[in-house]
Design a protein around this ligand. Structure first.
Ligand SMILES: Cc1cc2nc3c(=O)[nH]c(=O)nc-3n(C[C@H](O)[C@H](O)[C@H](O)COP(=O)(O)O)c2cc1C
Length: 208
């Protein structure tokens, strides 16, 4: 059994392109138990100062109000900790990630829980998990594109996930979706093929 956490962050919910490819990937994984976390401002609101203060309070000193303020963060962290594979469906918004996904990261990045500071510098505590990101974009940002320098989606995610110990990251671009119907169809087909290939490779590792 593989525990999969699927986190999706598009404004368009079930009509999301990144989610469609992510779901195709997840459905091809063998023996997967899937938890889905749909992000929106109502399900995962921005962090508040009082919640951040509770995050920095030692567990033994938390009062009842602080414990309840931490409940959402505790749930989101537990979902990540329970996962063997974390799948992120992430549209590019204004060259970066949706603010809902940033809010999720702010709830999951917890000193002493998902990372810690040591004498040798910061250490991520979420090691041993795979991350697969389906990164959708209206334009094209892959390395040979002149727009590559505007991509703050993939580099940011690699940096912050790495900081948390999640260094095993595969990114599948679904890009060129706003560049006409032919480009969009070809982007979808290419990403779906890659999703199928990655799921088949995961299945092979499982039987090997
Ligand atoms: C608010 C907003 C901002 C966007 N900004 C960008 C952008 O900076 N670059 C880009 O290539 N596409 C941009 N797009 C297009 C989306 O990236 C594209 O529609 C999305 O990847 C489709 O994936 P989804 O269906 O999963 O949301 C933007 C779309 C929205 C709604």
């Amino acid at each position: 059994m593989t525990n999969v956490l699927l986190v999706h962050s598009s404004l368009f919910g079930d009509k999301s392109e990144s989610l469609a490819v992510a779901r195709a990937y997840v459905s091809g994984l063998p023996d997967a138990r899937v938890t889905e976390r749909a992000l929106s401002p109502s399900t995962v609101p921005h962090l508040e100062a009082s919640t951040f203060a509770a995050m920095r309070t030692p567990a033994a000193e938390l009062d009842a109000a602080q414990k309840s303020q931490l409940a959402l963060s505790d749930t989101l962290v537990a979902e990540v900790e329970a996962a063997d594979t974390i799948v992120l469906a992430v549209p590019m918004y204004n060259f970066s990630i949706p603010s809902t996904l940033k809010a999720w990261i702010d709830h999951v990045a917890r000193a002493g829980r998902t990372f810690r500071y040591t004498e040798k510098g910061p250490e991520g505590l979420l090691t041993g998990r795979k991350v697969v990101i389906f990164a959708s974009r209206g334009g094209v940002y892959s390395s040979e594109s002149p727009a590559a320098a505007f991509d703050f989606q993939e580099p940011y995610l690699r940096a912050v996930l790495g900081f948390l110990g999640l260094g095993d990251v595969t990114v599948v671009p679904v890009e060129g979706l706003a560049m006409g119907p032919d480009a969009a169809a070809s982007a979808r087909a290419k990403a779906m093929a890659e999703a199928g290939r990655l799921a088949a490779a995961a299945a092979e590792r499982k039987v090997a």
